[in-house]
Design a protein around this ligand. Structure first.
Ligand code: AMP
Length: 323
């Protein structure tokens, strides 16, 4: 049996430039990428706002997936817009413009039918808004938080308050350094655990992701080796969609905790969804994706990251034992 997932975050119109191509005002936003990915696994309850200029075709797309729009407000005004440009190293991008539009004075309203959602994803959005949703969902089983450099720089105290109340924090390696001031990832995560987080997942772009547990547990998940990256926008949000999507299909322990083995699998699902989203602009690649495509990439990652537990070739270990 799968559990439903609640997400709050941006639904946007993105303009994206890479060294090779450009698209204008396509469906974007952290919550759009997340919902499209996670709805491959379980129903998603979306909390967001769009303006009256938001294209009807995108609303229809959400409706065709198992994405509940009862918490999506349509308000007089302009939809959130974001303009980003990538470098030749597509792990690096510049934000050229952000227009909050209807998000500027948005307050989340959680429809009663969303209250039973077991999993909560606080996608990248103002920490104050993330706080409001946390307040409205006191009985959620697992809460996962994402953010970005903008909020670390401009709303750090509020972001810290949210971090104190969630189970898992997702951060890129650069964000972890910015927030903690530590050059070492391991030392940085230790600082985050002092806030009470159970797990920290460090996203490393095209290099994969690291899972750290408060109890010292650790897992390094490889990235899928993609030959061609068209547009990495939304990779972090699709990662979260794969992570929570997978966890929504898993029965936790009787005390509500997830087994570490399941968290490891969830991070691998995250990397897989992140890899697919990079193969086209917007959510296009995720639209045709099936669970069979995910399964095939899962097997590839198992094969390319598994290695022999014997640390020396058997001949040398015999020699060393004999000698
Ligand atoms: P990612 O590539 O995973 O960091 O996600 C990029 C998405 O986040 C884009 O689709 C943007 O529309 C959205 N985004 C960018 N800046 C912001 C912001 N300040 N608040 C909320 N969403 C944003």
């Amino acid at each position: 049996m799968s559990s439903s997932i609640l997400v709050v975050g941006s639904v946007a119109l993105d303009t994206v430039e890479t060294p090779f191509a450009r698209v204008e005002e396509v469906l974007g936003g952290a919550a759009s990428y997340f919902s499209t990915a996670a709805s491959l696994y379980s129903p998603v309850n979306l909390v967001a706002v769009v303006g009256t200029d938001f294209p009807q075709e995108y609303l229809e797309f959400f409706r065709r997936r198992a994405i509940n729009l009862a918490g999506l407000q349509v308000r007089q005004g302009r939809t959130f817009r974001w303009f980003g440009r990538y470098h030749l190293d597509m792990n690096v991008r510049d934000t050229l413009d952000t227009q909050l539009g209807v998000y500027a004075d948005f307050h989340a309203v959680i429809p009663p039918e969303y209250r039973d959602s077991s999993l909560l994803f606080l996608a990248n959005i103002q920490p104050g808004l993330q706080q409001e949703v946390l307040d409205a969902m006191p009985r959620v089983r697992l809460s996962v938080l994402d953010s970005m450099d903008l909020w670390i720089n401009t709303a750090r105290p509020q972001l810290t308050e949210v971090m104190k109340r969630v189970d898992i924090m997702l951060m890129s390696e650069e964000e972890l350094r910015l927030y903690t001031g530590c050059s070492s990832v391991v030392a940085g995560t230790r600082q985050l655990f002092s806030l009470g987080l159970k797990y920290v997942i460090v996203k490393q772009g095209s290099y994969g992701a690291l899972l750290f547990g408060q109890d010292g547990s650790y897992f390094s998940a490889p990235a899928y080796p993609l030959e061609e990256v068209v547009d990495p926008t939304g990779a972090g949000d699709a990662f979260a969609g794969g992570l929570l999507g997978y966890l929504s299909t898993v029965e936790p322990e009787p005390d509500g905790h997830y087994r570490f083995e399941d968290l490891k699998r969830a991070v691998v699902h995250g990397n897989i969804l992140g890899s697919f989203v990079c193969e086209d602009f917007s959510i296009r690649r995720l639209q045709q994706l099936t669970l069979a495509d995910i399964a095939a990439r899962y097997q590839t990652l198992v094969a390319c990251s598994h290695f022999d537990p014997n640390w020396l070739p058997s001949r040398s270990s015999e020699t060393s034992t004999a000698g």
